[in-house]
Design a protein around this ligand. Structure first.
Ligand code: HSE
Length: 395
């Protein structure tokens, strides 16, 4: 009998208990073992829940119980989630998590600690919600050098952008819906300011390069400045506005950032709507591979958490051997200012830049230009007046 403890009984924690219970019979058959949810750690009580009798408030009960061999951490936030995770790994317990904040900040140390203690630290649910992405990159793309990853990595912001564009909904209404549906972070600033996507892109960048960049140091822009006018002009130019996490490995230098992009309608990421996420991986042998699915939400994310638990229970490949990151040094990282792409300049009134194509609508205009670096964009911005409303990167 394998005993499991769940840390945090919020959206994903309760979803994990639900998935483990609803599909228990066939999961046990698949793994060749029986399991039991022995404890659920939370500050709150849940008297009406079928799991009410499992709830404990003291982490030490779990840490000191030798019967607990798998701990599923779904608390969110860095502390005490990191502290509890590392304590469990040191005590010889496997840890699985959906906590991208912890993986992106402490992943190097946690993977190393797991390997040193002969257990596993798995985080399939930390990127892309229910989409299988971490394990396929590690296992199924193992023969490839991964050159580039671009993705829609945050379900809440994609939901908001879709509702703004397709239904003319206000930002605030769409955000409230995303919160009601259980997509948004406890502090939605993490979603709308791009912080959640930054955490996810550094995890993907680490899978591609072996180097984990501190997510707080990467260029991160959110969606709060995007207007309905921008979305209309984008459509006229043949683009959709998406919040993109981007990473590229070139000449052993890594670039990673998050920003709203105008994505050409010919790029499959442009068609990913609502809470769905999509990740395009370019690798040297396979070419281009796309991953798509629900990027947030209770049962999709729990599905990925339980996949990690199943992996451990069925003693599948030991990927502690392949997750061997080092923390990125400044010399590993490419200069963001030298990054170039075609740009779209948006103006209140007439366009003041020359470019490939200009469109206008309702007093606003937008021009698609040739490739420019950040530095070139900043130089142009400094010369233009206040009628310049925004400059978008393109994919
Ligand atoms: N708030 C996150 C999102 C949850 O909207 O994508 C899934 O990581």
């Amino acid at each position: 009998m394998i005993n499991i403890a769940i840390l945090g009984f919020g959206v994903v924690g309760s979803g994990t208990a639900e998935v483990l219970t609803a599909n228990q019979k066939f999961i046990e058959k698949r793994c060749g073992c029986e399991y039991n949810i022995k404890y659920i750690l939370d500050l709150r009580d849940f008297p009406d829940s079928p799991f009410a009798d499992k709830v404990v408030h003291d982490f030490n009960i779990i840490l000191n119980d030798p019967e607990i061999t798998i701990v599923a951490e779904m608390m969110g936030g860095s502390h005490p989630a990191y502290d509890f995770s590392i304590a469990c790994l040191r005590a010889g317990k496997h840890v699985v998590t959906s906590n991208k904040e912890v993986v992106s900040t402490f992943g190097t140390e946690l993977c190393k600690t797991a390997a040193e203690n002969g257990v596993r630290y798995l985080f399939e649910a930390s990127v892309g919600g229910g989409i299988p992405i971490i394990r396929p990159i590690i296992n199924d793309l193992a023969s490839n050098n991964i050159n580039q990853i671009s993705g829609i990595l945050n379900g809440t912001t994609n939901y908001i952008l879709t509702k703004m564009r397709d239904c003319g909904e206000s930002f605030d209404t769409a955000l409230k819906d995303a919160q009601r549906l259980g997509y948004a972070e406890a502090n939605p600033s993490a979603d709308v300011d791009g912080i959640d996507a930054a955490r996810k892109i550094v995890i993907l960048a680490a899978l591609a390069s072996g180097k984990l960049i501190d997510p707080k140091t990467i260029h991160t822009e959110g969606i709060t400045a995007i207007s309905l006018a921008d979305t209309k002009l984008a459509a006229l130019l043949g683009f959709a506005i998406k919040l993109i996490g981007y990473t590229k490995v070139e000449d052993n230098k890594l670039i990673a950032y998050v920003a709203p992009h105008m994505v050409p309608l010919s790029n499959p990421l442009s068609g990913i709507n609502d809470v769905f996420n999509g990740v395009l991986v370019k690798a040297d042998m396979v070419g281009e591979v796309m991953f798509y699915g629900p990027g947030a939400g209770k049962l999709p994310t729990a599905s990925a958490v339980v996949a990690d638990i199943i992996d451990i229970m069925s003693n599948k490949t030991d990927d502690t051997k392949t997750i061997n990151w080092t923390d990125a040094k400044a010399t590993d990282i490419a200069d963001f200012n030298s990054y170039s792409s075609k740009r779209v300049f948006v103006f209140n009134g007439k366009s003041l830049v020359a470019g490939i194509k200009t469109v206008s609508d309702n007093g606003f205009s937008a021009t698609l230009t040739d490739e420019m670096t950040e530095k070139e964009v900043n130089d142009i911005k400094a010369k233009l007046g206040t009628s310049l409303l925004a400059v978008y990167r393109t994919l």
